[in-house]
Design a protein around this ligand. Structure first.
Ligand code: KIV
Ligand code: ZN
Length: 511
């Protein structure tokens, strides 16, 4: 089905499966920004959401579709007529629309979740794919929990989906249960046993419950799949999905072992990872492959010595290949606007004039406080600005009295839907005082589940990145912010999480 038999399509589901991670909600503007970044990176298919899930999801998929050019835009739907209609409506403005419809096929899902027998599931497969094919030419069908499905039944479902018009067949390892040999074997057997298997592209979709998602995806490709479903930073339900950056770089670095190509511009991987982390508030672990802070750091003397002699001694890819620049020392307080703009461009930012002016003013402010400004500082500063841009409640001013002689007191001013409000509160320590002052202005019952502080760079004048997770009535939201003042970063991170929680609350009300 593909023009070049070694070409593998990258299907990114950060906006759909990724957003299903507890606490990873994104605003419409953030999703649109990510969709643009993913398209510019060379992703083949973007799953922009689940249109029937809520009006917000519908709007997001339609807007991603309307703004797309060559990328395929997919909307997810259950095997339910109303879902398929909504998915069709949402994607129809895309140059290349796709409906992705799914139903569970494993005994455990059919019995306990669907309460349907095999015949009813088969009937739903034929009906849903036929309906979707009546709306768009490009239909993907997924067998949810495929890896725990009885093989003959899976073959019958796939056969029927293809006969009904599906052009891509996805075989998800929904619960992350499979292992590479088994998953590869499953594709080989399906492709050999489904009579019309050559009429569809076969796709992997692996969850990471056993830490095998990337290995399983690559094994699926070896078994004949030519589409890989994945997410930036491996975001997704529970332990997440296969990480896009790891799949792309494994195929690139080990061309000898995996003789497949993707269209991904790998120099954008680092930027995509940082944006997704900032937007969702999910920090990337330091030792994460490809995009972790330490992925190209060499600590031991023996390694450093080897690197100085020849970087191939301890590096299998160049940092530049994934968009990490070799030297990250950049600008100082005497640097001008042109140098700053060039730096932003080299880091992958394309800001309009107003955003550029704002970023430059923040940079000057930072350079006054901090002697050396590194790439990481600029990225933290601009990402923070972009994330705060369309928030309903945001920080305007903060003053904190802290120290050995309590009580610690915070005086805060917030903009609430454009209206300035101030409050003062005491706390058990300065952070508690800040959060109490926020609660005095916007009362809420959310519980602070997680609070983490990291330094963006080395040095006592480093900016701090604070991550905050709030939870309320089973809803979780995460916020992240950076500032040279840790208390300011904490207040902004709390506000990000609070605003995201509000989005989650609305989404729940809409469904
Ligand atoms: O994990 C899964 O099975 C899914 C399907 C909806 C494709 O995400
Ligand atoms: Zn999934």
């Amino acid at each position: 089905m593909t023009e070049n038999n070694n070409q593998v399509r990258i299907f990114d589901t950060t906006l759909r499966d990724g957003e299903q991670s507890p606490g990873a909600s994104m605003t419409l503007n953030e999703k649109l920004e990510l969709a643009e970044l993913l398209e510019s990176m060379g992703v083949d298919v973007i799953e922009a959401g689940f249109p029937a899930a809520s009006p917000g999801d519908f709007e997001c998929v339609s807007e991603v579709a309307r703004r797309s050019s060559s990328i395929i835009v997919a909307g997810l739907s259950r095997a339910v007529s109303r879902d398929i209609e909504r998915a069709g409506e949402a994607v129809n403005k895309a140059e290349r629309p796709r409906i992705h419809t799914f139903i569970s096929t494993s005994p455990v899902h059919m019995k306990h979740k669907l309460k349907m027998g095999e015949n009813a599931v088969l009937e739903a497969v034929g009906r849903s794919v036929t309906q979707a094919r009546g709306l768009v030419d490009d239909v993907e069908w997924s067998a949810e929990d495929a890896t725990r499905t009885e093989f003959d039944f899976l073959c019958r479902c796939c056969d029927l989906a293809i006969a009904s018009g599906a052009t891509t067949i996805n075989i998800p390892d929904t619960v992350g249960y499979s292992h590479p040999e088994e998953y590869r074997d499953l594709f080989e057997r399906l492709i050999n046993n489904v009579s019309n298997s050559d009429k569809a592209i076969w796709s992997t979709h692996c969850h990471n419950d056993l830490g095998l998602a990337v290995a399983n995806s690559l094994a699926g490709v070896a078994g004949g799949a030519r589409q890989v479903e994945c997410t930036i930073n491996g975001l997704g339900e529970r332990a997440g999905n296969a990480a896009l950056e790891e799949i792309v770089m494994a195929m690139r670095v080990r061309k000898d072992a995996f003789q497949y190509q993707t269209e991904i511009d790998s120099t954008k991987l680092s930027r995509a990872s940082k944006r997704v982390s900032q937007i969702t508030g999910f920090p990337v672990q330091y030792n994460k492959a490809i995009v972790g802070k330490n992925a190209f750091a060499h600590e031991s003397g023996i390694h450093q010595d080897g690197m100085l002699k020849n970087n191939q001694t301890y590096e299998i890819m160049n940092p530049e290949d994934v968009g990490v620049s070799a030297t990250s020392l950049v600008l100082g307080k005497l640097s001008g606007r042109n140098a700053f703009r060039d730096k932003l461009e080299s880091l992958g930012y394309d800001l309009d004039q107003e955003a550029l002016n704002d970023a430059f003013a923040r940079f000057k402010d930072l350079a006054d406080k901090k002697k050396d400004v590194f790439d990481e500082d600029i990225i933290a500063l601009v990402d923070d600005q972009l994330s705060g841009a369309d928030e309903a409640v945001s920080l305007n001013a903060l003053k904190v009295v802290a120290g050995t002689n309590g009580p610690q007191i915070a005086e805060i001013e917030l903009s609430n839907e454009g209206e300035m409000k101030s409050a003062s509160a005491e706390g058990n320590g300065p952070f508690d005082a800040v959060f109490n002052a926020i609660r005095a202005i916007v009362p809420h019952d959310a519980v602070l589940e997680l609070f983490q502080i990291h330094a963006v760079t080395e040095g006592t004048d480093a900016q701090a990145t604070v991550s905050v997770r709030l939870s309320e009535d089973g809803l979780v939201a995460t916020g992240k912010s950076s500032d040279p003042d840790t208390l300011v970063a904490a207040a902004k991170a709390y506000m990000h999480a609070f605003n995201k929680l509000e989005i989650r609350r609305k989404k729940v009300k809409e469904t």
